[in-house]
Design a protein around this ligand. Sequence first.
Ligand code: DCP
Length: 129
Amino acid sequence: MRDAREVVAGAVVRQGHLLLARRTWPVALAGRWELPGGGVDEGETPVAALARELEEELGLTVRVDEQLGADVGLPGGRVLRARWAELVEGEPQLREHSAVRWVDAHGLVSADLVPADRAWTAELAARLA
Ligand code: DCP
């Protein structure tokens, strides 16, 4: 039941553009762009965790949909998974990130993504095309 090692990230699409957020930490990832999300807490489902993280970090209300792409191994043995998320309400607020932007397929491909998230670039770009 508990999978404390799972991290979940959200692919939020609005009007054909994907939400990217720029990390501030750790140093190795600072300044690079990610699909926002975070760790699944004890006793929490990945779906609930993603909704919570997007609310906490960006002030967004989302409806979490199906998984996209492959599972990605993170340093330290954690597993990162991504899900589509429909934006229900809110404009992104910078609570933990240094910037956000909405990218089309070209913007995604040319973005300096955190390494793990590159696993999903092709599937995301296809959806945005
Ligand atoms: N991560 C990633 N790509 C994403 C989201 C996260 O590579 N799209 C990585 C970065 C971190 C780890 O997953 O190494 C955890 O992400 P966060 O630091 O954003 O999550 P939390 O703030 O919830 O931290 P933690 O779960 O470690 O408490």
